[in-house]
Write a protein that binds this ligand. Sequence first.
Ligand code: SPV
Ligand code: MG
Length: 582
Amino acid sequence: MSSSETRPRTSKRNEPTKAEKLRARLAQPGPVLVAGAHHGLSGVLVERAGFDAIWASGFEISASFATPDANILTMGENVQVAEAIDRVTGIPVIADCDNGFGNAINIIRTVQAYERAGIAAICVEDNIFPKRCSFYAGVKRELESAEEFAGKIRAAKDAQRTEAFTVIARTEALIAGWGMEEALERGRAYAAAGADLVLIHSKSKKPDEVLGFAKAWKELATGVPLVCVPTIYKDSTAEQLHDAGFKVVIYANHALRASIKAMRTVLGNIAQAHKAAVADPDIVSLEEVYDLVGVDKMKREEEQFLPAGGERVNAIILAAGSAKAIGPVGEGKPKAMLDLKGKTILERQIATLNSLNVKDIAVVRGYEAGKINLPNLRYYENPEYETTGEAISLLKAAAELTHKKAGEGRTLVLYGDLLFDRSIVEKLMTADADVAVLVDRTFNESKATLVAERPKLDLVQLATAPNAGPRALSSEVLPSVKRIGQRLPHGEAHAEFVGIVMLTDKGARKLLEGYQRALEAGAGKAYHEASEPKRASMTDLLQALIDGGDHGLEVKAVETFKGWMEIDTFEDYQRAWAAVKG
Ligand code: SPV
Ligand code: MG
């Protein structure tokens, strides 16, 4: 724990609460702009749009459950949504608590629940329980007596545990048609009972009612600020309402109504066309969703908090080559796309890698690039595949080799024409080395056949000769590679390179640094066995690293005995066909 990076960086204890933030905003000049939300995501959108606070709207929340706004949902259901909104946003949440979900006794528990959930303010209205939404026409509408409701406000203020927690009292007197005088009298009584703000609601199409209320309110000089909800009288600006005396303006249900329209359009179009693409003009990208829900933050937290052992392994498949050499079955195809009983080599490689939890896979394409188009892969191109070697292909995917945090990831690099058992890659993945190559020791036993069959073999000489006898343990100390390449005399080789390499960040950096220098140094010079740097193969890169002296790194060998094959010829293809399942 000596490094400062391992210690928590900041203490958050002094951050103001959301209720304090709301109080601070109320104390600033200008209208406080609030918009309705009904779940975490709509809350995030309200915040991103720049509003000062979020209205956890009873109307929206009820609608999101496809129920009327009529006290059908419980207090518990409402507070859960408000809390969910609060948890994912940084601005205060003002929760619509209808009539407090009961009488003055019920409201005590309501305040406790909302305050503990981190909600900055609640709004309670003088509708009887069960309420009816202010705008529903033709429903029975009753208000509590002013006295009873003032008792509720007193109970709410008495129940709160923190000073800044804010209680808004809302009168429905104008909605119920009980007149301006009644509305003012109720507002005054609620202010006297301790309400921090008073909300006057109106369903008039013109703002005249609320403007009249605000004018008379000033004369009452209660000192309690006003709140309005311009849903039906929608032509007034927040500034106009503010000038008339309203401190808080709530746009209560617009996000919900917008989402209904958007969903209906998109669903209707898909239902008609039976094709997902018709939705494209009306939907956001998946990336936008990731952004709204905080996927990047989650990734940062993974890096910060997950144990170092939970290393991520990604893979780069070098698949630029063509399958011409295989004969007619390979005509016009990249080698990785050769079909073996209904699955291509690439599909088989991906399935095996996936089974090892390697799901982050990039492919370097070259020959007939467009024919490699499997989903969920990242692609890089080496258009000069005919005149360049694997090293250039690897360089094209260099971005894949650096992990966000050094020491916290490894990359497998493999050829696109290999079939391999899961177990041999698993062994390589756990190797304790910055650069490890998978080598097949069977070479020693089958040298004669192999050499006769193939003009080119990637051979490996180890720094110390392996124990040749039977019944030998695999050494726990990985042997170092001394030489690797095709020009290695057969008698000096101990194993064959399988074509799979595992690199840490450090290993990858060292591997590419030297190569980049060689590329810059010019085309004329040979690069190990390659006639010039751009034609370098994977083995040339590895040998350069080994030869790097002080600046180099040891290349370690992980030994296997069979469990893989490379498809180079039609005979290979036939053998592979016989070995795999459909
Ligand atoms: C709500 O959004 O639930 C409100 C405001 O209470 S209104 O629907 O206009 O009554
Ligand atoms: Mg409501």
